[in-house]
Design a protein around this ligand. Structure first.
Ligand code: F6P
Length: 543
């Protein structure tokens, strides 16, 4: 991969000049001056209709952003990404979550060896295991079929499976899914308090099998299990997903109950691997496979589509436009589907752990902004919570609106109300409401001129707030796979242009190390070796 400081490219300089011309233009005028604007900036692909026209861009902006991508050699980087080069250079690993959903006849080489057959073997193991648990052929130690499945993992070993099983709840079977992630003992106890060890399956998911939270929770659960069940029955109820086969075995998991994964799959991109076993159990293997098919279709679209029509590329370039030129610090993601409640927090890990970096690929401190802050909640709830700030606050917050044409239960009355809000918000964010409109509205309601003068400024919305509208036919395993992969590739494109390494996460290590040190100090009650603030807090805690 090339190491190019994006700010040193010709396109960046041109974008800076272009920004000065466009920064104060109102999108309302852009629409008024161009009847074809919506059509020009809408991308239609399969069941996705993506309207990017409500952005503070014109055709020059789009061309210049594409020029920037080209100057940063995005096309070559995409080849390296899919081709299995070690683009995660700080850990010397390829980044191949795409190989998990590739065609079974494809060839993807890691260090000279085609990994696709091995991926297919693990998929077959996921399929057989899921089928046996779902249809009750595989039973608990007393011969009863399983009723509950508990996923024990954190970060990428939790957020993806938890988000997808909730998103695809409509497609769920009889198994009840639970997720234990936090090392907070109350989280474990709340989850296990109503579980029956006879009918519960535990999946311990940890890529490294060294994560404190996961190992503590797994140990607590195992102890709870062994209170009522003989040790030789553990193998019927505990399985693990990991790259670290030795550590899993020393935890006492039967080797045939280990679902392997690989170091070339990053934790936050691993739901497509055996990390997604809980997904396959919850919705059945065929639906899990459809999720992977959706992602595979998005991979193909990303790899083969010119940048102008390429969904991940266009979304990534817009983020760069707002982050680096408008200096917007955050982006909101608002799904108009309660099923997607966890999607924003899933994206927080995927995006912020990947692109929260301040050193470039040359090892030098960057002189430009990188990763954006991601936040969001489903609409319409979020409208009644934080939308006020997006509409009338001082900050520019580009927002993705994700909606579906059809609801899953087919209740058109509710769906129309939901979607009316979805469309109305993007329209309001675009147009705002100027002083004249406010005044005539108040007049028509019988307000006196004096009252109008007093309150009208508070009622003015400036508008001109950018939004992306992603309108998808229906929430299905396949469309969900496409949606997740869309954001995965968006992350990649941003990392390439910002010239950072998106696939390591050294920043989370320091806190982990200090936590281990402090934990050891609790047992000897010696907490002197800290700054005065931390020392006082620790003393207060252990007293
Ligand atoms: O906290 C960072 C992190 O390393 C994530 O990237 C990862 O998804 C999570 O911890 C869990 O790691 P593991 O799967 O190895 O337990």
């Amino acid at each position: 991969m090339k190491n190019i400081n994006p700010t040193k490219t010709k396109a960046w300089k041109e974008l800076e000049d272009h920004f000065k011309q466009i920064e104060n233009e109102h999108m309302k005028d852009m629409f008024a001056n161009d009847d074809d604007r919506a059509e020009k900036f809408t991308l239609k692909w399969e069941d996705f209709y993506v309207d990017l026209s409500k952005n503070r861009i014109n055709e020059d902006t789009r061309d210049l952003l594409i020029k920037l991508a080209k100057e940063c050699h995005l096309d070559e980087a995409i080849e390296s990404y899919f081709g299995g080069e070690s683009i995660n250079q700080t850990e010397n690993r390829p980044v191949l979550h795409t190989a998990l959903r590739t065609d079974k006849n494809a060839e993807v080489k890691v260090r000279g060896e085609n990994v696709v057959p091995e991926v297919q073997n693990v998929k077959a193991k996921i399929r057989d295991f899921s089928n046996e648990i779902i249809d009750g052929t595989r039973k608990g130690y007393t011969g009863k079929p399983f009723t509950d499945v508990v996923n024990i993992g954190i970060g990428g070993s939790d957020l993806g499976p938890a988000m997808v099983t909730e998103s695809l709840e409509f497609y769920k079977n009889h198994l009840k899914l639970h997720f234990i992630s936090n090392v907070d003992g109350d989280h474990v106890q709340e989850t296990i308090k109503n579980l029956n060890p006879e009918t519960t399956l535990f999946i311990i998911v940890s890529k490294t099998f060294t994560t404190m939270e996961t190992l503590s929770n797994a140990t607590t659960v195992r102890e709870w299990f062994l209170k009522s069940v003989p040790e030789e029955e553990v193998s019927k109820h505990f399985v693990a997903v990991s790259t670290n086969l030795e550590k899993v075995a020393s935890f006492g998991i039967d080797p045939k109950n280990i679902f392997p994964m690989w170091d070339w799959v990053g934790g936050r991109f691993s739901l497509w691997s055996a990390v997604g076993l809980s997904i396959s159990l919850a919705i059945g293997y065929d639906n899990f496979d459809a999720l992977l098919t959706g992602a595979q279709k998005m991979d193909k679209h990303f790899k083969e589509t010119p940048f102008e029509q390429n969904l991940p590329v266009q979304l990534a370039l817009l983020t760069i436009w707002y982050n680096n030129f408008f200096k917007a610090e955050s982006e909101a993601v608002i799904p108009y589907s309660q099923y997607l409640d966890k999607f924003p927090s899933y994206l927080q890990q995927a995006i912020m752990e990947s692109n929260g970096k301040s050193v470039d690929r040359n090892g030098e401190k960057v002189n430009y902004e990188t990763g954006t802050i991601i936040w969001g909640e489903p609409g319409t709830n979020s409208q009644h919570a934080f939308f006020q700030l997006i509409h009338q606050g001082t900050k520019l917050i580009p927002t993705d609106f994700i909606g579906f044409k059809r609801s899953l239960f087919g209740d058109k009355t509710h769906q129309d109300k939901l979607m009316a809000n979805y469309f109305a918000q993007t329209e309001a964010l675009l147009n705002g409401k100027d002083a004249d409109e406010v005044e005539s509205e108040l007049k028509s309601k019988g307000f006196s001129q004096e009252e109008i003068d007093r309150i009208s400024t508070f009622k003015v919305f400036k508008g001109n707030n950018p939004t992306n509208t992603l309108l998808i036919d229906k929430l299905t395993p396949e469309s969900m796979g496409k949606l997740i992969a869309l954001y995965e590739h968006k992350i990649f494109v941003q990392g390439i242009i910002w010239n950072i390494f998106s696939y390591d996460q050294w920043g989370v290590e320091l806190g982990k190390q200090l936590a281990s040190k402090i934990l050891a100090e609790f047992s000897v009650k010696s907490v002197d070796n800290h700054d005065s603030s931390t020392r006082n807090l620790l003393k207060h805690y252990i007293q």
